[in-house]
Design a protein. Sequence first.
Length: 42
Amino acid sequence: MRPILARLLTRENVFAIAFCVALILLVIVTAESAPQWIYQNF
């Protein structure tokens, strides 16, 4: 398991994942109707 994880967690992939998470958080924070689509399945 560790060699696979080490191969996936390169510097480029970590930056890409961090960028995607930041974009998702930005969309959630800036969307006015965020609670409706986040909680619609509950």
